[in-house]
Write a protein that binds this ligand. Structure first.
Ligand SMILES: Cc1ncc(C[n+]2csc(CCOP(=O)(O)OP(=O)(O)O)c2C)c(N)n1
Ligand code: SF4
Length: 194
C-alpha cells in the first residue's frame, strides 16, 4: 500500500475497484498528493461521490467523513454541508454523467454561488458503468453503444459554464498529460481550495 493511501484511505477499500489500467485510481492517487501538499488532515476533508465508475471507486474510500449522493446530486448535498460546516474542504468526485448531464443544474448554481467546494469531474466521455452509452461530453462522431452511427450531437465542456462564473476557477487535465501539465492543473486547483 502506498504511503499516502495508508495515511488517508480506509484499508478495506484498497486496492482500487476500477478496471486495471483505468485512470480513476491514478486520479485518486494524485488527489491524495495534492491534499498532502496542502497539509490537510483526515478530519479537514469530506469526500462526496455520485454514481458510476467514479462513484464506485471513491465511495467511502476516504478515511475521514464521506457521503454518497444519488446520481448527479453530490453538489446538492455539498451545498448544505458547506453552509453547515464552512471550514471543511469538501471534494466532490463525480463522473461526466453526474456533472454534465443529470447534475448540471447543481454545478451551475454551485459556480454561481462560488460555493467553495472542489469538484473533480472524471470525464470518460460517456456512461461507462452502464455499458458505454454517450453522454453530453462524448465528442461528435464517436461510436458508442447508443450511437452506433456516431454521436450526432455536439459535445459540451462543463468547465465552460464554471469558468463564466468568476472567481470560480476550472482547469482540465488528462491522465495521459505530462507531469508538468498535471502539476500546473493541480496547483491551480489547490489555490482554489484556499
Ligand atoms: C437518478 C438516476 N438516473 C439514472 C441512473 C442510472 N445510471 C447509473 S450510472 C449512470 C451513468 C454514469 O455515468 P458517469 O457519471 O459518466 O460515470 P461513469 O460510470 O462513466 O464513470 C446512470 C445513467 C441512476 N443510477 N440514478
Ligand atoms: S469501465 Fe469504468 S472502471 Fe473500467 S476502465 Fe471504464 S471507466 Fe474505468
Amino acid at each position: 500500500m502506498n504511503k499516502l493511501a495508508k495515511k488517508y484511505l480506509r484499508p478495506s477499500q484498497i486496492p482500487t475497484k476500477a478496471c486495471h489500467g483505468c485512470g480513476i485510481g491514478m486520479i485518486e492517487n494524485w488527489l491524495l498528493q495534492a491534499i498532502d501538499e496542502l497539509s490537510l488532515e483526515q478530519e479537514d476533508v469530506v469526500f462526496g461521490t455520485g454514481i458510476g465508475c467514479v462513484g464506485r471507486q471513491t465511495f467511502a474510500t476516504w478515511g475521514g467523513d464521506n457521503f454518497g449522493a444519488t446520481h448527479g446530486r453530490a453538489l446538492a448535498v455539498a451545498t448544505g454541508l458547506k453552509i453547515a460546516q464552512p471550514d471543511r474542504t469538501i471534494v466532490c468526485i463525480v463522473g461526466d454523467g453526474d456533472a454534465a448531464a443529470i447534475g448540471t443544474s447543481h454545478l451551475v448554481h454551485a459556480a454561481r454561488r462560488n460555493l467553495g467546494v472542489v469538484v473533480i469531474c472524471e470525464d470518460n466521455m460517456g456512461y461507462e458503468s452502464t455499458g458505454g452509452q454517450f453522454s453530453p461530453t462524448t465528442p461528435a462522431g464517436y461510436v458508442m453503444n447508443s450511437s452506433p452511427y456516431g454521436m450526432v450531437e455536439p459535445d459540451f465542456d462543463p468547465c465552460d459554464i464554471v469558468r463564466r462564473r468568476s472567481p470560480t476557477t476550472a482547469s482540465r487535465s488528462s491522465t495521459s498529460a505530462s507531469r508538468a501539465t498535471r502539476t500546473s492543473a493541480r496547483t491551480r486547483s489547490a489555490r482554489a481550495t484556499r
